[in-house]
Ligand binder design. Sequence first.
Ligand code: HSE
Length: 435
Amino acid sequence: MKPVKVGICGLGTVGGGTFNVLTRNKRDISARAGVEIDIIQVGTRRGNSACDLAQTAVATDIFEVVRNPEVDIVVELIGGTTVAKELVLEAIANGKQVVTANKALIAEHGNEIFARAAEQGVSVAFEAAVAGGIPIIKALREGLAGNRIEWLAGIINGTGNFILTEMRDKGRAFDDVLQEAQELGYAEADPTFDVEGIDAAHKLVILASLAFGMPLQFDKVFTEGISKIAPEDVAYAQELGYRIKHLGIAKQTAAGIELRVHPTMIPEKRLIANVDGVMNAVLVKGDAVGSTLYYGAGAGAEPTASAVVADIVDLARSLTVAFEHRVPALGFHPQGQNKSPNILPQSDVETAYYLRLLAEDRPGVLAQISTILADANISVEALIQKEPQQDAPQVPLILLTSRAIERQLMNAIEKIEALSVIHGEVTHIRVESLG
Ligand code: HSE
């Protein structure tokens, strides 16, 4: 059988990792694919000091790779959504199979890309776009194919999880941890993508699209970052038996589909609450299988390369089948059975809440707060009030509420903030049991 020929575009962190893993494990990888896999060309301007390119043709123009008639599989690892999109569309037009780790590209332009790929009868594989080395795309596409997915919740940004973990365990400052994540190659080129939840939203929309068989709708994801999490909230969460994690949540409810990324308090007894550092985890609830948890490194050169290589192996296998017998696009694209899903606005989403407020320490204050909540049909499930510090006129009050529709909770918060006995803004963090 003719070897399958791979061209890699981009030799940064993930490109370098992919080159090295494919080169180092070539024998085993080819045996698993059932066909020899050769990297025949790399497109890179700067090279990568971690890679030995002595035996490999290098093009400084990455478009040479997609135009090379010898290349069967184009691996796009340049990132970004402009040149990368052009590159992928040209590769598809030239009849190449495509592998990409580019979550922004898939989340924002996937619908167009998959449509073009289907027209050309080629596949675009994107395992590495979500949760680095965890084979979560395969889990949804293959292992859980018999289920109706009810919901999924994931720690899908390693940088954010690393920051929250270091802040909790070592009391480190936010900026200092972020800088370390950048030095370790975990963070995005623009690290606000990590801390403001955009990166997680890109990944969530891909997972939701596969889970619920719907088009990618990045603009419908509600996104809130971690930059406002205060050390006292981390401490109070712990006191209440919870941890704060930055979660991406997708859920089918009777009212519609929820797509949201935000800091979330989850019971510390849940396995996912104990996923720390740069590690990622995705919890998926299927109607047949129940809860399943997938855990692993969500960023970094070789963990991400592991997912890229898995896709290369899949596509190489498909190339050993005659064209007319290939499964169109290998099911890598969303199945599309749910073409116009109703995505709920965040104001319609129902969760429980953690509230922290600063109140004057005098009789009747608690009664005023609980009256406002009761009027909105929200009950208080737990309450912490600390003794006032010496001479301090105000005390922090911590409340856990029952589940409530977000619009009603926000109205209640507005009324609480308007009370003369309440100082400053009311902090709110959504609470999920994930049971
Ligand atoms: N910046 C991303 C993260 C890299 O921290 O998870 C992997 O997508």
